[in-house]
Design a protein around this ligand. Structure first.
Ligand SMILES: [Zn+2]
Length: 224
């Protein structure tokens, strides 16, 4: 199912009353197209009295990119609501999914028969699976950086864009080499496609089996 504002707000209200004592004020919900997360709670951090960090302007982001089961969507929402509860009530936790988070998560799972995990933001396999089985054609560069690391840059599948990005990348003094590929492997579908400056680091060992099945492209003789 695809998430909607109505569905999320309705279930936010239900879980707020049943799981969080009705203590959470309604917050803005943004439906995004993100590939990198299913749900994310954002806030504005500022340093308050005695150097204590305080969060305000909470916003809940849910990605519409994925085809969720109803339970997955609900668990994603509850997961983010635990973050919201901890942030809103300024509870101190040991880390993002620290002891306070885990305690609340386990209590909710036990008392309400949920299956919330801490992996909503991190499980690559799960997100690849949720993208579905249809091929995802992508054109991307694997960039060797001068610091010894590798980056990936996905661009729109338009020859002109590829050439423009290639010129930009090869002019960058931090870039050692650029190799272009075409692939329909969902592995590459999670990296956002853009003409912006941002690129992602990529673990070459993890990517190698996917890269060896990809088609190398020559920028000089491109016909996309
Ligand atoms: Zn989380």
């Amino acid at each position: 199912m695809k998430p909607t504002q109505d569905y999320i707000l309705e279930h936010f209200d239900l879980y707020n009353r049943t799981m969080f004592g009705g203590t959470l004020p309604v917050l803005p919900v943004r439906l995004t197209n993100a590939r990198t997360y299913m749900g994310m709670l954002t806030c504005r951090k500022r340093v308050g009295w005695f150097g204590r960090k305080q969060c305000s302007d909470f916003c809940l982001r849910i990605s519409q990119r994925f085809d969720y089961s109803e339970q997955q969507l609900q668990d994603t929402l509850i997961h983010e609501m635990i973050h919201y509860y901890i942030g809103y009530h300024q509870l101190r936790d040991t880390s993002a999914h620290g002891t306070v988070f885990m305690q609340m998560m386990n209590d909710i799972n036990r008392n309400f028969g949920r299956h919330i995990t801490v992996s909503h933001r991190t499980s690559r396999e799960e997100r690849v699976q949720l993208l579905g089985n249809q091929p995802r054609p992508r054109v991307f560069a694997i960039i060797a950086m001068s610091n010894g690391k590798y980056c990936i840059k996905v661009v729109p599948r338009i020859a002109q864009r590829v050439r423009t990005m290639h010129r930009r990348l090869t002019a960058d003094p931090q870039v050692c080499s650029v190799a272009w590929y075409y692939s329909t492997d969902p592995f590459f579908a999670l990296y956002p496609s853009s003409m912006g400056r941002r690129m992602q680091y990529i673990d070459l060992d993890e990517a190698r089996p996917h890269l060896s099945a990809a088609t190398p492209l020559s920028v000089e003789s491109l016909s996309l």
